[in-house]
Ligand binder design. Structure first.
Ligand SMILES: [Zn+2]
Length: 128
């Protein structure tokens, strides 16, 4: 099953990149604040960030990874506990999990993506 995980690959491609997540942790795409919504380059950075389910921090680079053995219910459960811990409604977990899995399934494994509010684009990974 394909999922989004935190990666430091391609960090620095944009001047305002950041990566406060733990390498390889599961990510979700959190709703952003008004500033973030008006510009992905806002100071808070939420419009260009993916959120770490464990660290509760953000990163601007996400890797499409294949996690063998990981199931939909594992993912929904991970989302549920992370949402609850961060003050989001945990009952949104199943719908979010389904949406994020559908999103990840549209990309090839190994692709690094970035977020520009509601748009997502592939970043080219330098060879080596
Ligand atoms: Zn924001």
């Amino acid at each position: 099953m394909k999922l989004l995980v935190a990666t430091s690959k391609t960090q620095g491609t944009r001047k305002n990149d950041f990566d406060h997540c733990v390498e390889g942790e599961l990510l979700w795409i959190a709703p952003c604040c008004d500033d973030g919504e008006s510009s992905p380059d806002s100071d808070c950075g939420c419009g260009r960030a993916f959120g770490g389910l464990s660290s509760h921090r953000g990163t601007t680079t996400a890797l499409i990874a294949e996690l063998p053995g990981f199931t939909y219910s594992d993912y929904a459960e991970a989302l549920r506990s992370s949402l609850a811990a961060q003050g989001w409604p945990p009952e949104a977990a199943e719908e979010l999990a389904a949406g994020l899995l559908a999103f990840a399934s549209g990309w090839e494994v190994g692709t690094v993506i970035e977020r520009r509010d509601d748009c997502f684009a592939e970043r080219l990974v330098p060879a080596g």
